[in-house]
Design a protein around this ligand. Structure first.
Ligand code: SME
Length: 149
């Protein structure tokens, strides 16, 4: 297991924190450890409504605290249930700008009991920065997050 996964696992397994505190710590860790992760946050389905609500995050404040299903990269992942890697956000028609500095984005869904209940969203100020290892780590993380929410 990589060092970052070990540290994420320690947070996830901590008996001293509630789930919201764990998600906040996870955002902080990823933001600190991976220099091209410049906005890191979680969105979750709003009950029975087809919209996402912003959860814990680290980075600039965003206008997108509620995102309807289908809108933007996040809303598309809410519908598709598949990881969406965007090397160049300006090449996307269906994109919601969070910060003018953002160049790239990755969104990974969180499935609990087979249902797409949320996602992790990462923005980068670096063009095309996300590696296959980042994707694998984030998909692993979302699997673990599903166990604590
Ligand atoms: N860029 C996202 C919106 C969320 S902000 O990046 C925090 C999107 O297109 O869905």
């Amino acid at each position: 297991m990589s060092e970052i996964k070990r540290r994420l696992a320690t947070i996830l397994e901590s008996p001293a924190m509630n789930p919201t505190e764990k998600l906040q710590k996870i955002c902080t860790l990823l933001d600190q450890e991976i220099e091209y992760f410049n906005w890191t946050g979680f969105y979750f389905k709003n009950g029975v409504k087809d919209e996402l609500i912003l959860g814990p995050y680290v980075g600039a404040e965003t206008d997108h605290t509620i995102i309807p299903y289908g809108k933007g990269i996040c809303g598309q992942v809410a519908v598709s249930g598949e990881t969406f890697v965007v090397p160049d956000v300006h090449a996307q028609d269906n994109y919601l700008a969070c910060s003018l500095e953002t160049k790239a984005e990755i969104v990974v869904p969180i499935f609990k009991d087979g249902i797409n209940v949320g996602q992790i969203d990462i923005d980068s100020h670096t063009p095309d920065p996300f590696t296959p290892e980042d994707r694998e780590m984030l998909e692993w993380l979302c699997g673990k997050v599903a166990e604590i929410i």
